[in-house]
Design a protein around this ligand. Structure first.
Ligand code: GLP
Length: 259
């Protein structure tokens, strides 16, 4: 894991956008997109680069991490709608190249298997953007998710429903169930970009990065991945015991190395 502590959320967004741009400019790419507020700055920066610098997503495909069960893709709070509104409708992905899970699927297990097959058929995810929940979840893999889990249905914790209630009219409107890529699925992406900003994420970041690999903190599964970049602002890094070490090594990193 490479832990990169940046001064501000804008620096996190720019650095994440740099890594995604580098991947996209390399050739046809498969992007793994997260929802939630954390990657919004990154998506805004990518939109800006599309509009001002000609960064094109025409040869890219994208897969969403997760979706609420019971919400139609057109529902304003579905993750399909979220990613369209916040990112993909403002750039040039081709028709049918932004994939998500069907929250209305009659057979969620079959939908999950179909999604895994689509990711595999696309050649796997090149770069996966991840946020982290205050309870250490990634995607919607809540605590005690198997570190080897595949795409499946999950029940949200009370804490996650409360955290996400701000996007809905009322807490009762937040669905109980979701479909999410599993931790085993996420770990097959070739490069993971875990983003976190703000003091509220500091404890989860410390547990994920410096704690033991344990299902109680699902993001700790990322420690088993060979290529993870953890991009955090000062506030999200505030509970890390080895901050000085991360800053020192990043400061002396050769410029040619990239993320
Ligand atoms: C949500 C999403 C995750 C996201 C996390 C943090 O529930 N399923 O993909 O990373 O929780 O959300 P936010 O970025 O809004 O803090």
């Amino acid at each position: 894991m490479e832990i990169i502590i940046l001064p501000t959320p804008d620096d996190v967004a720019r650095t994440a956008a740099d890594a995604i741009e580098e991947q996209v400019r390399r050739g046809p790419s498969v992007l793994g997109l997260a929802t939630g507020s954390t990657p919004l700055g990154t998506y805004q920066e990518l939109i800006r680069r599309h509009q001002e610098d000609g960064l094109s997503f025409a040869a890219a495909q994208a897969f969403l991490l997760d979706e609420y069960v019971g919400l139609h893709a057109a529902h304003p709070q579905s993750y399909h709608s979220f990613i369209r509104k916040e990112f993909t409708e403002s750039v040039d992905f081709g028709d049918g190249t932004v994939h998500g899970l069907d929250g209305l699927a009659g057979d969620p297990a079959a939908e999950a298997a179909r999604y895994e097959a689509r990711i595999a058929a696309a050649g796997g995810v090149d770069i996966q953007v991840l946020g982290i929940g205050t309870d250490g979840h990634v995607g919607f893999n809540e605590p005690m998710s198997s570190l080897a889990s595949r795409t499946r249905i999950k029940t949200l914790t009370r804490q996650t429903r409360q955290d996400n209630a701000r996007f809905f009219a009322a807490l009762e409107d937040v669905p109980d169930h979701v479909l999410t890529q599993g931790l085993g699925t996420i770990r097959e992406a070739r490069h993971l970009l875990l983003l976190a900003m703000g003091e509220a994420k500091a404890e989860a970041v410390a547990a994920a990065v410096e704690g033991p690999v344990a299902a109680v903190c699902p993001a700790s599964a990322l420690q088993l991945h060979p290529h993870v970049s953890v991009l955090v602002d000062e506030a999200a890094a505030s509970r890390l015991a080895h901050r000085g070490y991360y800053q020192d090594t990043f400061g002396r990193k050769p410029a040619w190395q990239g993320l």
